[in-house]
Design a protein around this ligand. Structure first.
Ligand code: SAM
Ligand code: SF4
Length: 470
C-alpha cells in the first residue's frame, strides 16, 4: 500500500512521463459474467469520462450495469474533492452502503477518483470504513481489473494510490454514455496551482496526449456517426506545451475542425493561456461552437493575486472583449468564487461590477471551500459564513438577471439545436444550441437524439428557452 503525499505531488519535474498501453489480463477477462456493478459518479466532466472508461473495464471483466445499487454485487463511487459538499455526499453514500453490506455480506464496495488521492481520506477509510474493500487513485485507473479481482478474493482492504506526477495511459476501453456526443481527453492534470484548488494534487502534472492519438480518436468518432466532441482538460489551453515546440491548442482545434465533425466544444480554458490563434481559429471554423467557458473567479485584482490566477481584472476584461469582438455570436460563461480568505466588501463589489460589464451567458458560483493542504487554507479569513452566503445570494441575483436578458435577445430567432431527448414534461424535446443554451421545443415531425434541427425561439426563461421546430 502506498498512501498519497501532498509534498511529493507539489514538486513538479520536467522528467518524461511513461506511456502505458492498457491491456486486460486474459485470466480476468469475462471472469465475472453474471455479476452486476453500480457506478456512481460525482463531479466534473473529467470524472464522467473516467466513469465511461471504468464501466468499459468492468464490462470487459463480465460485469453488467445495475440501475439500482441494491441489485449490485459491486458498488463503486467515482468521487470528487473540489469542494467540501462533494466530499460529504460520497461519505454519506458510504454510510448507506454500510447498511446494505450488513444484509449482503459478499457485496464489494470501492472508492476511486479525486478523493482517493487525499491522504486523509485513505487513512479514514483504513481506520473507520473497514467495510470498503478497495480504493484506487486517479493515476491507478488502468489497474482497475486487477484491483477488483484482488478485492474479491482477499479479506484485506486493497489501497492503490500513486502519489506521483501521473503517467499517460492510452487504449483504455470506453462505453460512451451517448452515441451522438463524446468526451475526448486532450490533456491530463494541472500545473497552475491556484491557491484554493486541490486539482493539481489529485490529478498530477500537465500531460498532453499526442496529437495523432487525439486525431485518430476523433476520426473514429466521426466514422461512427458522432455529431459532437468535447475536448477535455483542466486547462485545455495548455495543450501541447509539454510535448511540442511548435504545436498548441490553436493548431489542435484547427486540425480537429478539418475532420468535419459537426460540433466541437472544449473545456476548461484558463484565461492565462488563451491565445490570439485560438480566437482566430474559433472564429474561422463554423463547426467550432461559439461558446467559451472562461472562469474569472474574482473581479478584484488583489484577490486574483492571492488566488495565484496569473491575470488581473484588466487583462481578463481585455481578453473577454477580444473574444466577444472577434468570434461572431459567441456566448461566454464563467466560474466565480465568493468569500475567498481576505475578500472584503470592496473586492466583492469589484466582482459585481465585472459581472455587470461582462453580462455572462452562464456562471457557476461558489462559496470558497477550504481544501486541506492548499495554500489558501493558511490565509487569514475574517468573513463569517453568513456574510459569504449573503454575497453569493447577491451575486446570483445579478448573474441570473443577465442570463434572462441574454436569452430574451433570442426570442423570435432561429437556432440550431442538437437533440438530446424528450424533456421531463414529456411533451417537448430538449437539446443544446450552438451557444450551449438549453432549448425545450415542440416538433410536429419525429426527431431523434443526435439530429441537429432548426428551432424558432418562442419564449426565454432564466436557465432555458422554449421554441418550436421549423
Ligand atoms: N481549471 C478550471 C479553471 O482554471 O478555471 C477550473 C476547474 S475546477 C474543477 C471548477 C471550478 O471549481 C473552478 O473554476 C472554481 O471556481 C471552483 N473551485 C475550485 N476549487 C474551489 C474551492 N476550494 N472552493 C470553491 N470553489 C472552488
Ligand atoms: Fe484548479 Fe483550474 Fe487553477 Fe488548475 S487552473 S489549479 S484546475 S482552478
Amino acid at each position: 500500500m502506498h498512501l498519497p503525499d501532498y509534498k511529493e505531488a507539489r514538486s513538479r519535474s520536467k522528467k518524461k512521463y511513461n506511456r502505458i498501453d492498457f491491456k486486460i489480463d486474459n485470466s480476468i477477462e469475462k471472469k465475472y459474467v453474471g455479476k452486476k456493478y453500480y457506478l456512481k459518479t460525482y463531479g466534473c466532466q473529467m470524472n464522467e469520462h473516467d466513469s465511461e472508461n471504468i464501466s468499459a473495464m468492468l464490462e470487459a471483466m463480465g460485469f453488467v450495469r445495475a440501475d439500482d445499487y441494491n441489485d449490485a454485487d459491486l458498488v463503486l463511487l467515482n468521487t470528487c474533492s473540489i469542494r467540501e459538499n462533494a466530499h460529504n455526499k460520497a461519505f454519506g453514500m458510504l454510510g448507506r452502503l454500510k447498511h446494505l453490506k450488513g444484509q449482503k455480506k459478499d457485496l464489494i464496495i470501492g472508492l476511486c477518483g479525486c478523493m482517493a488521492q487525499e491522504a486523509k481520506v485513505c487513512e479514514e477509510i483504513l481506520n473507520k470504513y473497514k467495510y470498503v474493500n478497495f480504493v484506487f487513485g486517479t493515476h491507478n485507473i488502468y489497474q482497475l481489473p486487477e484491483i477488483v479481482d484482488r478485492a474479491v478474493s482477499s479479506s484485506k482492504q486493497q489501497i492503490e494510490v500513486y502519489s506521483r506526477e501521473g503517467d499517460l495511459v492510452e487504449g483504455l476501453p470506453v462505453v460512451r454514455d451517448k452515441n451522438y456526443k463524446a468526451f475526448v481527453n486532450i490533456i491530463y492534470g494541472c500545473d497552475k496551482f491556484c491557491t484554493y484548488c486541490i486539482v493539481p494534487y489529485t490529478r498530477g502534472r500537465e500531460r498532453s496526449r499526442k496529437k495523432e492519438d487525439i486525431i485518430e480518436e476523433v476520426k473514429s468518432l466521426v466514422s461512427d456517426g458522432y455529431k459532437e466532441v468535447t475536448l477535455l482538460g483542466q486547462n485545455v489551453n495548455a495543450y501541447g506545451k509539454d510535448l511540442y515546440d511548435d504545436y498548441d491548442m490553436g493548431d489542435l482545434l484547427e486540425d480537429i475542425a478539418k475532420l468535419n465533425i459537426p460540433r466541437i466544444r472544449f473545456m476548461t480554458s484558463h484565461p492565462w493561456d488563451f491565445t490570439d490563434k485560438m480566437i482566430e481559429v474559433i472564429a474561422k471554423y463554423p463547426n467550432i461552437m461559439p461558446s467559451v467557458h472562461l472562469p474569472v473567479q474574482s473581479g478584484s485584482s488583489r484577490i486574483l493575486k492571492l488566488m495565484g490566477r496569473r491575470y488581473t481584472r484588466e487583462s481578463y476584461l481585455e481578453l473577454f472583449h477580444k473574444i466577444k469582438d472577434i468570434i461572431p455570436n459567441v456566448s461566454v460563461s464563467t466560474d466565480i468564487i465568493v468569500g475567498f480568505p481576505g475578500e472584503e466588501e470592496e473586492d466583492f463589489l469589484e466582482t459585481l461590477s465585472l459581472v455587470n460589464e461582462c453580462k455572462f451567458d452562464n456562471a457557476f458560483t461558489f462559496i470558497f471551500s477550504e481544501r486541506e493542504g492548499t495554500p489558501a487554507c493558511r490565509l487569514k479569513d475574517n468573513t463569517t459564513l453568513k456574510e459569504k452566503e449573503d454575497r453569493l445570494y447577491r451575486l446570483n441575483d445579478v448573474v441570473n438577471k443577465y442570463f434572462l436578458e441574454n436569452n430574451k435577445k433570442l426570442e423570435g430567432k432561429t437556432v440550431k439545436v442538437l437533440v438530446e431527448g424528450v424533456s421531463d414534461k414529456k411533451d417537448m424535446y430538449f437539446g443544446y444550441s450552438d451557444t450551449n443554451k438549453l432549448i425545450n421545443f415542440t416538433c410536429e415531425k419525429e426527431v431523434n437524439c443526435g439530429d441537429i434541427v432548426d428551432v424558432q425561439i418562442t419564449s426565454a426563461k432564466t436557465w432555458s428557452l422554449d421554441g418550436k421546430c421549423k
